[in-house]
Design a protein around this ligand. Structure first.
Ligand code: 3HC
Length: 309
């Protein structure tokens, strides 16, 4: 990793000022490098851990078509994790170190994947709300200042929009189905709505990293601004399929042109991201077990590589 002298830091600051990408061989302040490793690895872990709640439903998908679409989506998420781990590796951290940080609980992953997927409607809610929220956040990240991260986001966003549609299609079908199916769709929306809003991170006033992330153009929009964008889009989508957003304080403000919502339970958010959500232990135990089961594959690939490359 190039170390940043004063002249190099000036060069970095000028590049950021001109809105140019920072590339792996460019000098960069150590704090910028660490900030990105934290965020990109957290993002990669989220993609990989996020495969678990959906993976549980592959064998129970209600049709061959639904099963094929779900399989493709989950494979995409695995791919996203790999692009993101690769982007983080260009900053001088190894994949093994990142995995060790995840498994020891040192590195976070998104709050949302610590909730259970209880019914098929939850698969719809995850695609619609979770991937929907991810797109709103990630469209901004296509213009983030670190080149490898920005480029990874371009492809990821295209795939996420397919994911969002598959989820919305499931919800639309169930909402128009039998009374029981409609009830399942509403119940899934009720349970996933607030955790999905929390995916954008704490309110701006409590966000630790936003100010610095703005200065370095890692973030282009704040947690609250992105949350509001997501709310405005999604409330209308719920109306179209006849589902009710589970918030008695929801109202449209004619003056601002935005929907206003009731308070979120940030105490729950902090509990979940600090390891005490409904599924945290299960998610990490599963990751550790499967990673260990795959050890022989990694060893065989490394041995092959050594012998033939
Ligand atoms: N889940 C878990 N932790 C979260 C969080 C969330 N939803 N939102 C914030 N946090 C954590 C932060 O990591 C930080 O903790 P740390 O200092 O220990 O790292 C703390 O809460 C304070 O939050 P900040 O607002 O200061 O943090 P950031 O400036 O990093 O903003 C973020 C948080 C908006 C999530 C930003 O990191 C980001 O844009 N990350 C990239 C996107 C991402 O990670 N998405 C993952 C979810 S979607 C997905 O991957 C799967 C898809 O297929 C559906």
């Amino acid at each position: 990793m190039p170390t940043a002298t004063t002249a190099a830091v000036d060069l970095f600051t000028e590049k950021i000022g001109r809105g140019e990408n920072i590339e792996p061989r460019d000098p960069m302040p150590e704090e910028y490098r660490r900030h990105l490793i934290r965020q990109i690895s957290q993002h990669a872990h989220s993609e990989i851990i996020g495969m678990q709640p959906e993976g549980n439903w592959i064998t129970r998908a209600p049709s061959l078509r639904a099963k094929m679409i779900l399989l493709a989506k989950i494979q995409d998420e695995g791919g996203h994790g790999l692009y993101l781990y690769s982007a983080a590796e260009t900053l001088g951290i190894s994949r093994d170190e990142m995995i060790a940080q995840l498994q020891s609980g040192k590195a976070r992953y998104s709050n949302i994947f610590n909730y259970p997927a209880l019914t098929w409607a939850d698969i719809g809610a995850i695609g619609w709300l979770v991937d929907g929220a991810a797109i709103v956040n990630q469209v901004m990240l296509q213009r983030t200042s670190y080149g490898p991260y920005a480029r990874a986001m371009v492809r990821i966003c295209k795939e996420e929009s397919f994911h969002q549609r598959q989820g919305y299609e499931i919800m639309a079908k169930m909402a128009a189905g039998t009374p029981e199916q409609r009830e399942m769709a509403q119940d899934a929306l009720n349970r996933w709505w607030a955790p999905a809003l929390m995916m954008f991170g704490p309110p701006d006033k409590d966000s630790l990293h936003t100010k610095q992330a703005f200065q370095w153009k890692i973030k282009r929009e704040s947690n609250d601004a992105l949350r509001q964008k997501f709310i405005d889009k999604t409330v209308q989508q719920a109306e179209v399929i006849g589902l009710k957003i589970p918030d008695p304080e929801l109202r449209f403000n004619e003056e601002t042109g935005h929907y206003e919502t009731g308070p979120l339970n940030w105490e729950e958010f902090h509990r979940v991201i600090n390891g005490d959500g409904p599924c945290n232990r299960q998610r990490l135990e599963h990751h550790i077990r499967v990673h260990e089961d795959g050890r022989w594959v990694r060893e065989a690939a490394a041995a092959y590589n050594q012998k033939f490359n």
